[in-house]
Design a protein around this ligand. Structure first.
Ligand SMILES: Cc1cc2nc3c(=O)[nH]c(=O)nc-3n(C[C@H](O)[C@H](O)[C@H](O)COP(=O)(O)OP(=O)(O)OC[C@H]3O[C@@H](n4cnc5c(N)ncnc54)[C@H](O)[C@@H]3O)c2cc1C
Length: 304
């Protein structure tokens, strides 16, 4: 049977990016688990992405993945096309008076460092978020009292039809770890605003952010970051701890001993182990505190 990528390649003769079939994703996701992408597309540039979307037949789903630091891809993989923006989308361009452009594929940490070198404050929080800007825009990533939404002026991207869209901060519909931007928009970059600041002062902030993280989070483990959103006025990690889940294990998945809102792949875990562990934590927390934890990690794809 002809693969989806072969069918799409024939329907898109002018495509310049890389389109490949049945690509494993696990090695590029933080949890190191999950099935294959039915087709994987890395656009050559914005025009290529627009062309691809404008020719993509209705009914074929697509999913964008960033650096996979907030994703659990199920073991049966991702149907349709998985789109990953690479180097052509990773430009960072500091501007005047604290303005900064960042492409969706630019790593958050690089944005923090380049802003520092340009004497721009307000982006130090990105030094501790191990994703890329596209994921930060989608998740309203935040740390140390600052969220992406505090910095965003305008977001640029393409919709399912391949038309360019520009969304203001208000149109991104930001709330805690969430954006309600129109479904299907692929962000390609954002104009953000910080403030002119002394380089050494920014460096001290970044050092503090990194040191705090290394002491309090399993930053070198196979994890998806905070598993559940903090319920209003409460800490998810505390509720999980009080429910007796510290160190709880299912298969190769374990609740971190260091930070109970982190789930770990401690070796040989499947995505099903990790999801089952998360659901068990939710069940126990509901039983002990009455609180229903909401997943922060995006669980996508189909079960094996
Ligand atoms: C050790 C660790 C620590 C973490 N600490 C923090 C923290 O302090 N604060 C915090 O907020 N998060 C934290 N996270 C979670 C994660 O890093 C953030 O949510 C990050 O913003 C996700 O970016 P990503 O590139 O990895 O996105 P992915 O995980 O690849 O994707 C996340 C979501 O964004 C969507 N997305 C990605 N790129 C695009 C795009 N170009 N256009 C449209 N949608 C897109 C995806 O479809 C998916 O729904 C942590 C994770 C880890 C592993």
């Amino acid at each position: 049977m002809t693969s989806l990528s072969d069918r799409l390649s024939s329907a898109m003769p002018k495509l310049r990016g890389r389109l490949s079939a049945a690509q494993s994703l696990a090695e590029s996701l933080w949890f190191r688990v999950g099935g294959k992408a039915e087709a994987l597309f890395a656009p050559a540039d914005e025009d290529d992405l627009a062309y691809f979307l404008s020719r993509l037949p209705d009914g074929i789903p697509y999913t964008v993945v960033g650096l996979g630091s907030n994703l659990l891809v199920r073991d049966g993989g991702l149907p349709g096309v998985t789109i990953r923006l690479g180097r052509p989308f990773a430009t960072i361009a500091p501007g005047r008076d604290g303005a900064l452009w960042a492409g969706a594929a630019a790593a958050d940490k690089r944005v923090a460092l380049e802003a520092m070198e340009a004497g721009i404050g307000g982006f130090a929080f990105f030094a501790g978020v191990p994703g890329a800007i596209g994921g930060a825009l989608a998740m309203n990533a935040g740390a140390n009292g600052t969220e992406t939404s505090d910095r965003v002026v305008e977001v640029f991207g393409f919709d399912r039809a391949g038309d360019a869209v520009t969304l203001s901060n208000a149109e991104m519909g930001y709330s805690y770890r969430r954006s309600s931007a129109p479904e299907g928009v692929i962000f390609t970059g954002a104009l953000m605003q910080g403030e002119p600041r002394d380089r050494d002062a920014v460096k001290a902030e970044i050092d503090a952010v990194v040191a705090h993280r290394e002491a309090s989070q399993p930053t070198k483990s196979r994890t998806g970051g905070s598993t559940f959103k903090n319920p209003p006025g409460q800490s998810a990690w505390k509720l999980i701890d009080e429910a007796g889940c510290r160190g709880l294990r299912i298969g190769g998945a374990q609740v971190s001993e260091l930070h109970t809102n982190f789930l770990l792949n401690v070796g040989g875990a499947t995505a099903a182990d990790i999801e089952a562990l998360g659901e068990e934590v939710r069940r126990r927390v509901k039983e002990t505190s009455g609180v229903e934890l909401e997943w922060e990690i995006k669980r996508i794809g189909v079960a094996a």
